[in-house]
Design a protein around this ligand. Structure first.
Ligand SMILES: [Zn+2]
Length: 416
């Protein structure tokens, strides 16, 4: 029989977390390094300790709540507790608190794990004042080293090292992988999109996490008088930008089932009503779970942008600011999650994740899986919502999964 978790305790914890970092302008603002984020970390550690788990912080300030097993090798479940500005109550916190509930339930029902089971709360998943998203998972997995970020500060000069130290990070590379004997990670997370809602299904197993490519493109024209400069002699950067954005839309329209893209950052110079714009700087982002499509389309676009620039006499430069490959989830972990969903009498849905997650980095080092819980289709905003029934169902699946995963011979290795 599956262990019975405490629905009341889980929902009460979600409610307590929602109260930390409430933004007067709406939603929750709890970015890494903020007072609210410090508060929720302390609250989480207290909850985990009250649950009888052993807590510790690693080199990157990631929080570990451990239920010791027969061996030191760790199987972890978790997510993050920081939020975007005016974000929702579930992105991150749901997965972290579902994991706490699952591990606590296993402990309370007298389960004796083979592996040490852990709740893992990763530091600074969302973008923050230091411009470092998925900070804790990248440091943990060595995608980013402590030295890489030594000199990074926010706009006020406050250093990320200091922020990490104040959050309790040991800043010691021996407190990161491969020195921590982590053997697997699973991240439960609100879906953040409308697909499960449209399918009428509460849960899904993630197959892979999207790749993301971001290019900063600068269009260089010439500032001049907005009235006296003849139309055909202008080198207007905004007119060029308009054409370049229309071409971007056309390219996406032609690949709708394979990729998506956004131009979410634009700066115009000198940005005055009576001056022809000299410069437009923008960031174009592409996402696809398919690396081949991602590379082909982003390069096709770059060729197109250069051609349009030439036709209009505009200078075009590009800087690749992110090139993150898609991250497949571990096949065995996916299969086991699917079995656990099926054992609840549900259809085991498989979905790609179009949002980035800490799991994308963990997957490059240890077998990693993700469980999606249906959302109302809104996220990174205060309207984000998730049904209590789905949360409880997802937590039951996670608890059963952790027990099965722990018992799988495949995961058993000698201590190191
Ligand atoms: Zn998240």
């Amino acid at each position: 029989m599956n262990p019975v978790l405490s629905e009341k305790r889980l929902l009460a914890r979600l409610e307590s977390a929602r109260m930390i970092g409430g933004d007067p302008a709406g939603g929750i603002t709890r970015p890494f390094g903020s007072v609210a984020e410090r508060e929720i970390r302390q609250w989480f550690l207290a909850e985990a300790e009250a649950a009888g788990l052993r807590t510790r912080l690693d080199g990157a300030g990631n929080l570990w709540a451990l239920f010791p097993g027969a061996e030191e090798n760790i199987l972890a479940a978790g997510s993050h507790l920081d939020t975007v500005s005016q974000g929702g109550a579930y992105d991150g916190a749901l997965g972290a608190l579902m994991a706490l509930e699952a591990v606590e339930t296993l402990k309370d029902t007298g389960y004796h794990p083979q592996h040490t089971l852990a709740v893992l709360v990763l530091t600074g998943e969302e973008p923050n004042a230091f411009r470092l998203s998925t900070l804790g998972s990248r440091l943990l997995t060595g995608m980013l080293s402590l030295d890489d970020i030594r000199d990074i500060t926010d706009d006020s000069g406050y250093s990320v090292w200091q922020a990490l130290a104040e959050a309790g990070a040991t800043l010691n590379s021996h407190d990161l992988l491969p020195h921590i004997p982590l053997k697997g990670f699973v991240e439960p997370h609100i879906e953040q999109g409308p697909r499960l809602k449209e399918m009428g299904q509460p849960l899904a197993v993630v197959t892979r996490i999207t790749g993301i490519v971001r290019h900063r493109i600068v269009i260089q024209g010439e500032a001049n008088h907005a009235g006296t400069t003849p139309w055909l002699q202008r080198r207007d950067a905004v007119q060029g930008f308009a054409q370049i954005v229309a071409a971007f839309k056309a390219l996406i329209d032609g690949h709708l089932d394979q990729l998506t893209g956004t131009v979410g950052y634009v700066r115009v110079y000198p940005n005055a009503v009576n001056i022809i714009p000299s410069t437009v700087e923008f960031i174009v982002e592409w996402r696809s779970p398919d690396q081949t499509v991602l590379t082909a389309v982003s390069e096709e676009y770059w060729d197109m942008v250069q051609q349009l620039g030439n036709q209009r006499g505009l200078g075009i430069t590009r800087q690749v600011i992110l090139n993150q490959a898609p991250s497949p989830m571990d096949a065995t972990t996916q299969r086991l999650l699917q079995q656990m969903i099926a054992s609840e009498g549900l259809e085991p849905i498989a979905l790609e994740s179009w949002a980035g997650h800490d799991a994308a980095h963990l997957a490059r080092k240890v077998p990693t899986g993700m469980l999606f819980i249906r959302s109302n289709g809104k996220s990174h905003c205060s309207d984000e919502d998730c049904d209590a029934q789905d949360i409880v169902l997802g937590s039951r699946v996670l608890t059963a999964f952790l027990r099965q995963w722990d018992q799988m011979v495949l995961g058993r290795r000698p201590s190191c």
